[in-house]
Design a protein around this ligand. Structure first.
Ligand code: KG4
Ligand code: ZN
Length: 335
């Protein structure tokens, strides 16, 4: 069964063809990073226009790479929520038009559930349910108890900033560019993670929610303590690396601790990781060490499947199709 996936929830336009849920025939991603670079974050209107311009060329390319034509498709799947409303609308409208003209089923996919599916795409039948799923992206930091590919119960989420958002804002403050996650990950390798004791917010005892806004403010105050109230003052490389490493360690400590707390409450055998921040090298290392010691299986996807892409949409859609969860042409995008 060949399913076309379309993903336009944020700043990547992606189209993929996945066979029987797990075999990726094509997965094209056009990133808009360059367009948003000078603003230090995604500008919704620019994102919409860029999706509109790239979608059809990428669709053609995805068909060619998969070696098929539109008539070979059995269903079309699209991210309908959550995301930037205008950006989602481009993908949803395209998917509806394709489903209607090709007379094939339409499948609506939740973006966070697609991020969790990245682990399944990588580990296939070896991935066992139930498991815990930690989704850490630019817009979300959420812990789920996943009973199968299509069922995820929310256990906790961020009360303010998402982890990726904190990475992006700190990187902007430090003049490291956009997106900030990869830049901080890279320079932090040269730094001392224990140099600045930034606060770790665990909220009330037993809480599986997250909060990163206090940490972001602490980094701002620390930076201002070094350079005064001015902005965009470059720090010496060693200072910058120590600051980045200390910030990253504070985020990773909280993510790892909360995952271990959730494991104590819900003793499952595996942990899936997803979302852009899941490609962070320090998080992967620290979490796999913590899980290894407890004989819990890490279901970590490779970095290319962590960030937004349409293969995770088309793959998950196969399991929704098997369960008869189809969408009508009236389905709406929801921010
Ligand atoms: O999942 P994603 O591609 O888009 C959303 O759904 O938000 O995640 C993008 C986020 C950005 O905030 C980016 O800075 C972060 O993922 N990110 C990273 C790394 N690579 C991407 N954060 C930390 N370390 C990384 N290596
Ligand atoms: Zn995402």
């Amino acid at each position: 069964m060949l399913i076309l996936g379309i993903e336009t929830s944020c700043d990547e336009t992606s189209v993929a063809v996945v066979e029987d849920g797990l075999s990726v025939r094509s997965n094209l991603v056009s990133t808009q990073e360059r367009l948003h670079l000078k603003y230090g974050g995604v500008v919704p209107e620019i994102a919409c226009r860029a999706h509109l311009e790239s979608l059809l060329p990428i669709l053609d390319e995805a068909m060619k790479t998969a070696g098929i034509t539109l008539n070979d498709l059995d269903a079309v799947a699209v991210t309908t929520t959550p995301g930037l409303i205008g950006a989602l609308l481009i993908g949803v409208t395209a998917a509806k038009a394709l489903a209607w003209t090709l007379k094939i089923p339409l499948i609506a996919v939740h973006h966070l559930h697609a991020h969790i599916f990245a682990a399944k795409l990588e580990h296939g039948k070896a991935m066992e349910f139930p498991c815990l799923s930690l989704v850490v992206s630019g817009g979300h930091t959420s812990l789920f108890l996943s009973s199968k590919e299509t069922r995820h119960e929310l256990l906790g989420a961020t009360l303010d900033d998402a982890a990726g958002e904190a990475f992006d804002k700190v990187a902007k403050l430090l003049g490291l560019g956009y997106p900030g996650g990869p830049a901080i990950d890279s320079i932090a390798r040269e730094g001392d993670p224990a140099r600045v004791p930034f606060p770790r917010s665990y909220l009330e005892p037993g809480s599986l929610d997250f909060s990163f806004s206090g940490l972001k403010t602490a980094v701002l105050y620390h930076y201002q303590g070094l350079v005064g109230a001015r902005c965009n003052v470059p720090l010496p490389r060693k200072e910058l690396a120590d600051l980045a490493a200390s910030f990253q360690e504070a985020v990773v400590d909280v993510l790892v601790e909360k995952t271990l707390l959730a494991l104590r409450k819900y003793p499952v055998k595996g942990v899936a990781l997803g979302g852009g921040v899941a490609s962070n090298s320090r998080l992967r290392k620290r979490l796999s060490l913590a899980l290894e010691g407890r004989h819990i299986r890490p279901y970590f996807p490779p970095p290319a499947l962590c960030t937004d892409n349409a293969a995770i949409v088309a793959g998950l859609a196969y399991y929704k199709y098997l369960e008869g969860e189809l969408a009508s042409l009236e389905v709406e995008a929801a921010a």
